[in-house]
Design a protein around this ligand. Structure first.
Ligand SMILES: NC(=O)c1ccc[n+]([C@@H]2O[C@H](COP(=O)([O-])OP(=O)(O)OC[C@H]3O[C@@H](n4cnc5c(N)ncnc54)[C@H](O)[C@@H]3O)[C@@H](O)[C@H]2O)c1
Length: 236
């Protein structure tokens, strides 16, 4: 997503709590000539949202797009009785509280900028609950709902809010990958190829193109929408 925004001439502030990966991403995008900054922080904490938006204000003087994409889906948190209370809270905090906090910090600056666009990453698990992923499914359904409330409440300010619902992406999420063997990851890819109508997993670039569409002026009359980017999997 950052690469595609940079290619369109956008200035960026990347946020992640993994400082090493964040710096690698920042440097790679900066190599293309883009103006890109970074803020290391946990997105479930208000201080991170304030730091990121404060940076946008001081460095760029405006904020046009907020993309809430960070998320976790820890493998041990399966059905309700298999989910530790701390994991439930953590998943909701990282996947939803983060978007609430970021939006809360960003909207005043977007208003001053004459409007803006918020894109939230939900999941098809937020539209059709996934088995063995109770907290994750609930968190993604909440993202769909949060998107609608943002769209309703801030349309008057020229702020649009939309969400994307990816299906099987090319990689298992980082926090799950740690707990899955290489063979299990390959089995996931094969399972996706068999189940997805388009016959394969999606690429991150394909999701990023959908996010760019929602973020930009081509979607000027689109707000409160849920764009499913899943190769048809939800239809199964
Ligand atoms: N991979 C998939 O198959 C898939 C499918 C549907 C939806 N999604 C959603 O897409 C989004 C991106 O997932 P991904 O596949 O790129 O996973 P990823 O693990 O590669 O990326 C998630 C990023 O969020 C960061 N992050 C996690 N917790 C954080 C925190 N508390 N503070 C700051 N940063 C934090 C991680 O360090 C990582 O860089 C997530 O919201 C995920 O739920 C992924």
């Amino acid at each position: 997503m950052a690469r595609q925004v940079a290619a369109e001439g956008g200035r960026l502030i990347l946020v992640d709590w993994d400082g090493t990966s964040l710096e690698a991403a920042r440097a790679a995008v900066a190599d293309s000539g883009a103006d890109v900054r970074s803020v290391v922080g946990d997105v479930s904490e208000e201080s991170t949202a304030k730091a990121a938006v404060g940076h946008a204000r001081s460095e760029f003087g405006r904020l046009d797009v907020l993309f809430n994409n960070a998320g976790i889906d820890p493998l041990p948190a399966r059905s309700v009785i298999e989910t530790e209370v701390a994991d439930w809270d953590r998943i909701l905090d990282v996947n939803v509280r983060s978007a609430f906090l970021m939006s809360r910090a960003a909207i005043p600056l977007m208003r001053e900028s004459g409007g803006g666009s918020i894109v939230n990453t939900a999941s098809i698990a937020g539209l059709k609950p996934a088995g063995e992923e109770a907290a994750y499914s609930v968190s993604k359904a909440a993202m769909v709902s949060l998107t609608g409330t943002l769209a309703l409440d801030f349309a008057v300010d020229g702020i649009r809010a939309n969400c994307i619902c990816p299906g099987f992406m090319e990689k298992v999420m980082t926090d799950r990958r740690r707990d899955l063997t290489e063979a299990e990851q390959q089995a996931r890819a094969a399972g996706a190829a068999a189940r997805v109508p388009l016959g394969r997993q999606g690429t991150y670039e394909e999701v990023a193109r959908a996010v760019l569409f929602l973020a930009g002026s081509d979607a000027s009359y689109v707000t409160g929408a849920t764009l499913v980017v899943d190769g048809g999997l939800l239809l199964r």
